[in-house]
Design a protein around this ligand. Structure first.
Ligand SMILES: Nc1ncnc2c1ncn2[C@@H]1O[C@H](COP(=O)(O)OP(=O)(O)OP(=O)(O)O)[C@@H](O)[C@H]1O
Ligand SMILES: [Mg+2]
Length: 374
């Protein structure tokens, strides 16, 4: 995969922005501005244009500027000498529209025109603190980014699961017989094994970089990652037998109670669950370390470092760690970081850094590196 650089982002009626344009640097870009000026909004928009999802909300109405009906995010990227323009239009109540160079495409996910992304915003702490579903979705995204041929595994399993669930509910209600269940168990098992193996493999390759990244970021004591699955099955046949074993329980409850849709990814610090026992700061550093570990393995597997989007991570790190983090970011790939106070950034790191001030207020002035249109 060729390196993809984001050159420019334009927003229209996106959250607090009426219209804005902003040119990013090829290495580290710093967005600085007061509380509420729109730094996180801009990172969220960058993430959304690259992944097709907001890391903050599933409710599209929140993304559209209050009082308007639709929002648009436009990215100009370059890859292997070619320039592409990705446009995502969000109109709550209607389907999301994604275009590349004017042509409508189905999934921004599948594009070579967009960079891989590692995004840290405070809302993402839900990955450590929240329910397993968020961790499964995140892990599946990592699997898909690492191994593009596995990108469809999550969707394939979800479709098989939906169908088996419908059948189980029908059998329970007396509307269907059990004769087709065996075939659906087999179908589900095939996808379950694939999904589980991809997740387990990604967890395994993440473990070593996670341990070293968290030490580097200053989390003393070992940090580990474990993919927790109920299944002991080695292949689809064994998984089918496991499913059969749980079928009475499924029929009693009316849905599939067994499979990778119940699995979890457990982050541990000194052997204890970070979700249950970790302090706020420890959870934060572990999440940051996880994102850097993902960056490491993505860079190794795909030959290109993902775009790092880091919201307000400097204020809570000591001077030494801030310097290390910035040196690390400057050494490879493209990144966008935010801060309320430029003084939080180590002075030694200025070289090659592009700094953009996000003004508070509705009509931002022109800026050397960012042009804002009212
Ligand atoms: N849909 C929306 N329409 C209009 N304004 C919105 C919308 N969603 C969020 N905002 C506004 O965006 C602003 C917050 O922006 P953002 O979270 O990006 O700030 P920030 O620069 O990251 O601040 P902080 O430094 O406190 O994290 C708030 O003023 C909020 O009211
Ligand atoms: Mg913010």
């Amino acid at each position: 995969m060729a390196d993809v650089l984001v050159e420019r982002i334009e927003l229209r009626d996106y959250r607090s922005y009426e219209r804005a344009e902003c040119t990013l640097g090829p290495s580290v870009t710093v967005l600085h501005g007061a509380n509420g000026s729109g730094k996180t909004n801009l990172l969220e928009a960058l993430g959304l244009a690259c992944t097709g999802r907001s890391a903050r909300t599933r409710d599209e109405r929140e993304l559209v500027r209050v009082g308007t009906k639709s929002a648009a995010v436009m990215l100009t990227t370059t890859a292997a000498g070619a320039t592409n323009r990705i446009t995502v239009t969000i109109t709550p109540g209607s389907q999301r529209v994604t275009r590349v160079n004017g042509s409508r495409v189905e999934q921004v996910q599948a594009l070579e025109a967009r960079p891989l992304v590692c995004l840290f915003i405070p809302d993402r702490l839900a990955l450590v603190k929240g329910a397993p579903a968020g961790r499964r979705a995140h892990l599946d995204a990592v699997v898909g980014a690492l191994w593009p041929s596995r990108r469809s595994d999550r969707g394939s399993y979800a479709r098989a699961l939906t169908q088996r669930n419908a059948l189980v509910a029908s059998i329970r209600a007396g509307r269907a017989g059990r004769d087709t269940l065996a075939a659906w168990n087999r179908e589900l098992a095939t996808h379950a094994i694939r999904l589980r193996d991809g997740r387990a493999e990604a967890t395994e390759v993440l473990s070593a970089p996670l341990a070293s990244r968290s030490l580097e970021l200053g989390l003393e004591g070992d940090v580990g990652l474990q993919y927790r699955t109920q299944s002991q099955a080695d292949d689809a046949d064994e998984f089918t037998r496991e499913l059969e074993q749980y079928t009475p329980r499924d029929l009693e409850r009316g849905f599939s109670t067994y499979g990778p849709h119940r699995d979890d990814l457990v982050l541990r610090h000194r052997g204890r669950s970070l979700r249950k026992y970790g302090s706020q700061g420890q959870q934060r550093i572990a999440l940051l370390a996880l994102l850097f570990a993902e960056r490491d393995i993505l860079a190794a597997a795909r030959g290109t470092a993902p775009l790092m989007l880091l919201d307000d991570v400097f204020s809570e790190l000591d001077r030494n760690r801030r310097e290390r983090l910035l040196t690390e970011l400057s050494s490879a790939g493209q990144s966008v970081i935010t801060t309320t106070d430029l003084a939080d950034l180590p002075a030694s790191s200025d070289a090659g850094m592009v700094s953009i001030e996000i003004p508070s207020g509705v009509t931002p002035p022109a800026h050397a590196t960012a042009e804002w249109a009212a």
